[in-house]
Ligand binder design. Sequence first.
Ligand SMILES: Cc1ncc(COP(=O)(O)O)c(C=O)c1O
Length: 396
Amino acid sequence: MANNWSEDTLYVHAGQMRDWPQEVPTAPSIIPSTSYRSADPAVMDAILGGDAPGFTYARHGSPTVAAFTEAVRLLEKGAMAHAYASGMAALDAALYAIRLQAGDHLLVSQDLYGATLNLAEQLWGSAGVIMHALDVTDEEALQEALDRWHPRGVLLESISNPLLKIPDLPRLVEAAHQAGAQVIVDNTFATPALLNPLTWGADLVVHSATKYLGGHGDAMGGVVVGRAEYFDRLHQYAKLRGSVLSPFDAWLLHRGIKTLGLRLARQSANAAQLAAVLADRPEFQQVYYPGLPNHPSHAIAKALMGAKGYGAVVTVELPGGRPQVFSFLSRLRLIGSATTVGDVYTLCLYPRIASHRNQSPEMLRQMGITDGTVRIAVGIEAVDDLVQDILSALQP
Ligand SMILES: Cc1ncc(COP(=O)(O)O)c(C=O)c1O
């Protein structure tokens, strides 16, 4: 498919313009077959050898997954993409793709999703990789760590969770490349609707497609996008680890992408309005939203994605700690309490018992997460209803 269609068009058509001669289905099809027959063994030989496009066995690739993957590739403006069974598998594959190996140093954002930190520290640590966690928005600390460790890679999120810090990507990438490090950006929270890290020089972009790409909370998947040279290792990872995306989930995720632009526009607008209302209320000690001028990342957020929106997550700080948070969460009527983001429904998460459950008190202090921190992943509902639900759940 030509790459010069506008983003609004790509959301709807990307991954679907195949060269079928006639009677192309309007909607993508689910092809669940685990294997593909070839009448000509020479063709199968060429496909298995990587010399011809096509399908042989679903762990090596399948049409429904390929269609979804192509849609993400086009939206993230990469030369290649590979899909996996989950965002965690995609992150693991990306670390494999940069040739991370025993003795290597890996710099990671201290604000990474908890399981990603554990993946880097525990699984890659047991393989001999030495991880260093730091605040990647602190340019001095980053430069010092690059000079000191000469890492193989830098792994960060374009919008951090839950305090929504946004690194200065162009400067970070330049510094990392000068030190010989490859940059992997988890773009799950921003999505290609707000930010394309590859256009700012990142080497690989990763998504938990389970979140905004799917958007409806009913399918799990992950994708890695980047330059062509990474494809062979990403493909080998899927074939040998077996963490492949199922055709059914790929079909749901691809369907979700068709409304990604609309959803993110609405969710970002809702989040901006909600943040502005909550910031004026005395019930909250602090309201974090990159669109608010007092957020530490506001200026860089404005430069990188301001015209498109500041994302769909608002984080608040309640003064009463765990007892107040538990009472608040249990009294919400419209908003659910759940451990995910990116759905059309607004959901709250209490990081202390979920994403940041296993962090040490010292690390939490360093990150700025307290017993009163609550993340609100804003959906597409009427924002007045969200405000009403939040304020009435806080009534004594
Ligand atoms: C930013 C981010 N990256 C990666 C993941 C992992 O994705 P998955 O749950 O699809 O494995 C998550 C999950 O919450 C996440 O929030």
